[in-house]
Design a protein. Structure first.
Length: 491
């Protein structure tokens, strides 16, 4: 948690008890520009050392992160309030993605030959992926390590320098990442951190960076894109989500209920790809709902070490969650577990709602709290239609013994897991990102590496052409022969 003392200082606090964790000066626009200039100088050397040396450095950093993982887990828990298990999972995922980016950058980005085709048969053709230079990474608070490590690791592995602006709710975690990088890789200052609120993020967008990788809310994503438009700085936007789970009549209901409860309530529901809504086939709706309530009813939010659910990280969030619950109930929905009384800031105990109208806030906006809405549907066609009716299109899950992949392919989302929730986030080779109001561009996987490179196509004439159409000295005969050739081969 954070409180603003003056616009010049961030005071980081533990959301569980308001304890002050540290004070950090806010970077001005001039300081942000200076950080980007410093990173640009470092980027030139970093890009020059090549893939193998970068891999070695990133592997050294990974090993250091693992040696000091307990320190990082404590820090994440303190700044966000998340439970130890949630913080551990974040670190485990982070390490795997860092390893993947370092290990695969060369294979994905090295020079590639392309067939020259019929008309340019006398040329060789190659594609290069050059680093962009300096990448600005703007991060959220809900996964202050796992989420930014995607763009940070991929940008660094691709040969760029990074200036990272962590969320104002996790400044110490952001700084810790940069400090450990500097310790592990002392010769290369290619990961710098600037701290601050939205204004500092805006300054990073206008600082002359070669790309912005933003993760946060859709509303802020639009502001980031507008700021980047001024200088045509490319942007990658990882924004909010409203992920649905679809449960078919032949699903393993026990597994689907267990996963729905974990996907909806872990990290106190503050997960971009967390489960917010469920469309369950009417034939199994009653049994599934009973199982969800049975799994969720004994879970408790609190500060104690053994609590299942941590607090809401930001002071505004309990109010948003309460408003969504009240709106759903006022419009005719009913509470199967918990209700408005479950919100006792900064904690929210599990809430399960049903029969909630599709146009209520709890089904159209990101709730970002431990609230699961379960609505029944008559068919999987209806489930897909309702899941796709939402402006967001980040992730989804399908539970079905026989039709999972077929249903998954009909969903308008960037990612789907069949018979599990959130599994796509744990596969480092899979691109991660959304569509619609969830943004565009991808982190993770080969696509995530290419996001941080400039593609350059090069042709080289190997032998003089027998026919030269690309010259004013060409003759009508040359063009006639080529026309005949194209007709014969492609006609
Ligand atoms: P947020 O939009 O409030 O802030 C995100 C970051 O943007 C912060 O660092 C903030 O300081 C910065 N910022 C704010 N205003 C800015 C501006 N005008 N210009 C530049 N930067 C600015 O989001 P949040 O509350 O920190 O994070 C939660 C949101 O992030 C949720 O919507 C969640 O779904 C989303 N999220 C998405 C993904 C994904 O991969 N798609 C992952 C995690 C979180």
């Amino acid at each position: 948690m954070t409180t603003v003392d003056t616009a010049r200082e961030i005071i980081s606090r533990d959301p569980r008890d308001g304890r002050e964790l540290g004070r950090y000066p806010v970077h001005t626009a001039a300081e942000v520009t200076a950080a980007v200039e410093g990173a640009r100088a470092a980027a030139a050397r970093w890009s020059g050392i090549g893939f193998a040396a970068r891999r070695k450095h990133l592997d050294t950093w990974r090993r250091l992160l693992l040696r000091r993982a307990d320190e990082l887990i404590e820090l994440i828990s303190a700044e966000t309030g998340k439970t130890r298990a949630d913080a551990q999972l974040e670190v485990i995922l982070m390490v795997d993605h860092l390893r993947w980016a370092a290990a695969h950058a060369e294979k994905v980005l090295r020079r590639r030959r392309v067939g020259p085709g019929l008309l340019m048969f006398n040329h060789s053709a190659t594609v290069d992926h050059h680093p962009l230079g300096v990448v600005g990474v703007i991060g959220p608070w809900n996964y202050p390590v796992f989420i930014p490590i995607g763009p940070i690791a991929h940008a660094l592995a691709a040969g760029n320098a990074v200036v990272f602006k962590p969320s104002e709710y996790a400044p110490a975690t952001g700084r810790w990442l940069a400090d450990t990088f500097a310790e592990a890789v002392p010769g290369h200052r290619v990961l710098d951190v600037v701290l601050g609120f939205g204004e500092t993020g805006g300054a990073l967008c206008r600082s002359g960076v070669d790309k912005i990788a933003f993760t946060g809310s859709t509303a802020t994503g639009k502001r980031v894109m507008a700021a980047c438009a001024e200088s045509l700085t490319p942007v990658l936007l990882e924004c909010g989500g409203k992920d649905a789970v679809i449960v078919d009549h032949d699903a393993d209901l026990e597994a689907a209920a267990d996963a729905t409860v974990w996907g909806g309530l872990s990290n106190a529901g503050q997960t971009c790809v967390g489960v917010e809504r469920v469309y369950v086939h009417q034939a199994v709706a009653e049994r599934f709902t009973e199982l969800v309530v049975a799994h969720a009813k004994d879970l408790r939010a609190g500060a104690a070490r053994e609590s299942d659910i941590g607090p809401m990280t930001t002071p505004e969030q309990p109010g948003i969650v309460a408003a969504h619950i009240q709106d759903a109930l006022a419009r005719g929905g009913s509470a199967l577990l918990g209700g408005p009384h479950s919100v006792r800031a900064p904690y929210v105990d599990p809430v399960v709602l049903t029969d909630v109208p599709e146009d209520s806030d709890a089904l159209t906006q990101e709730t970002f709290g431990p609230v699961i809405v379960i609505n029944r549907v008559a068919s999987m066609g209806e489930a897909v239609e309702k899941a796709n009716a939402c402006a967001y299109g980040l992730g989804a899950a399908v539970y079905s013994r026989t039709r999972g992949p077929a249903i998954a392919r009909r969903l308008r989302t960037g990612m789907v897991s069949v018979n599990s929730v959130l599994a796509f986030a744990g596969v480092p080779g899979l691109p991660f990102g959304g569509t619609g109001a969830s943004g565009f561009g991808r982190v993770h996987g080969p696509e995530g590496l290419r996001e941080f490179s400039r593609t350059q196509s090069v042709t080289r004439q190997r032998i003089r052409p027998l026919l030269q159409p690309l010259s004013f000295r060409r003759t009508p005969r040359t063009m006639d022969i080529l026309m005949r050739l194209v007709r014969t081969v492609y006609g």
